[in-house]
Design a protein around this ligand. Structure first.
Ligand SMILES: NC(=O)c1ccc[n+]([C@@H]2O[C@H](COP(=O)([O-])OP(=O)(O)OC[C@H]3O[C@@H](n4cnc5c(N)ncnc54)[C@H](O)[C@@H]3O)[C@@H](O)[C@H]2O)c1
Ligand SMILES: [Zn+2]
Ligand SMILES: [Zn+2]
Length: 364
């Protein structure tokens, strides 16, 4: 029987989000209905509501969540009602060309629910990243549910569902930070600060955090940054110079751009050592262009990589990172700046711009 729950939708580009009644069908084959317990507010939700991702409005926002599986459809064997899960947006297919080559983290045909959730008048909703978890319940593909140890509270566990995983993975998986490496992270919101924490887990010797806001830099230091650069009043060359000064004049082995703008990318590009690695994990808007001398791309060598969801494999990485958290080796709880209700999503967006929070988490 179709259920009706409360959820947060974006109806048109730039308009404030609204509370709405969402119709959730029973799970069909391969699907699951999940009772959402917590969902973090990610910058990507704001990108959606501003029309920066697609124009498939209305969106059911929220995609960084943990909860309890309520019911499953036919043929589902990987999760059962009652399981405690983190929702992921990379339910790998096992059959596409990436999966068949043994690189499922690049899966080009990830699974989402086949049925659509809808508004009461029947208007179909586009769930953000195929999840839509700013709602009391949501419908997903069963493969989007990754069971983890229930000793981790949902507001903490859910963060691995997107931004924190993206940042940790940008350092550990994409950047392949190793013991003794020097690392710089530009932009220390939830994603960048997680990259700092990932670099620390991987054994980096020096971790330089760069942001426009001293509060973000203090947060990055608490998660493992050894040095900080406030770039608010610095031009691009001065940011590059500051990172080089902190790395013996040569630049960092791995530089992670967790903002995604031409100026931060150029800072990352020129502040890494020769043959170093740049990881772009911040998501640029469609209007942005990058202009670099082609010779510099050649002459500086190394690797220029993008990190989609931290190149994570949820079934491998979520339980492992939750275990590290429970062992006290990864302070995931420090990412939770405030607990809010579904009505607080719009003001959480505003706080992203004022720099007040690392993560606002909706707790249901
Ligand atoms: N690649 C992925 O899979 C993935 C996943 C989740 C989020 N993201 C993206 O990562 C980015 C960051 O997300 P977030 O949730 O951490 O955002 P956020 O808004 O919480 O943090 C952004 C941080 O960047 C800082 N900043 C902005 N401009 C800067 C500049 N010029 N120089 C230095 N610092 C600057 C801000 O002060 C802020 O601390 C977004 O673009 C988001 O869409 C990517
Ligand atoms: Zn695949
Ligand atoms: Zn996200």
């Amino acid at each position: 029987m179709t259920q009706h729950v409360r959820g947060v939708i974006a109806r048109s580009a730039g308009a404030p989000v609204e509370m709405a009644t969402i119709a959730i069908p029973d799970p069909g084959p391969g699907e699951a209905v999940v009772q959402v317990q917590a969902c973090g507010v990610c910058h990507t939700d704001l990108h959606y509501r501003e029309g920066g991702i697609t124009d498939a409005f209305p969106f059911l926002l929220g995609h960084e969540a943990a909860g309890i599986v309520e019911s499953v459809g036919d043929g589902v064997t990987t999760v059962a009602p009652g399981d405690y899960v983190i929702l992921n947006w990379r339910a790998v297919c096992g059959q596409c060309r990436a999966c068949r080559r043994g690189r499922p983290q690049y899966c080009f045909d990830t699974h989402n629910a086949a049925q659509r959730m809808a508004l009461e008048d029947g208007t179909e909703l586009s769930p953000a990243l195929g999840i839509g978890a700013f709602a009391e319940k949501t419908l997903v593909a069963a493969g989007q549910c990754t069971p983890v140890d229930r000793a981790a509270a949902p507001e903490v566990a859910g963060l691995l569902g997107c931004g924190v995983m993206a940042g940790l993975g940008a350092a550990i998986n994409t950047g392949a930070v190793g013991r003794g490496d020097t690392v710089a992270v530009i932009g220390c919101g939830g994603v960048g600060t997680a990259a700092v924490a990932g670099a620390r887990l991987a054994g980096a010797a020096k971790i330089i955090a760069v942001d426009l806001d001293d509060r973000k830099l203090a947060g990055a230091r608490a998660l493992g940054a050894t040095d900080t650069v406030n770039s608010r009043d610095l031009d691009e060359d001065a940011v590059v110079g500051a990172i080089r000064d902190l790395t013996g004049g040569v630049g960092a082995d791995v530089v992670i751009d967790a903002v995604g703008r031409p100026e931060t990318y150029r800072q990352a590009f020129y502040s890494r050592d020769l043959a170093g690695t740049v990881v772009l994990v911040g998501v640029p808007t469609p209007d942005l262009r990058l202009d670099l001398p082609l010779l510099d791309l050649f002459a500086r060598g190394g690797a220029l990589k993008s990190s989609w969801y931290g190149d994570c494999l949820p079934s491998r990485d979520f339980p492992m990172l939750i275990d590290l958290y429970l062992q006290g080796r990864l302070p995931l709880d420090r990412f939770v700046s405030e607990r809010i209700t579904l009505d607080g999503v719009e003001s959480a967006f505003a706080k992203m711009h004022t720099g007040d929070v690392l993560r606002s988490v909706v707790v249901l």
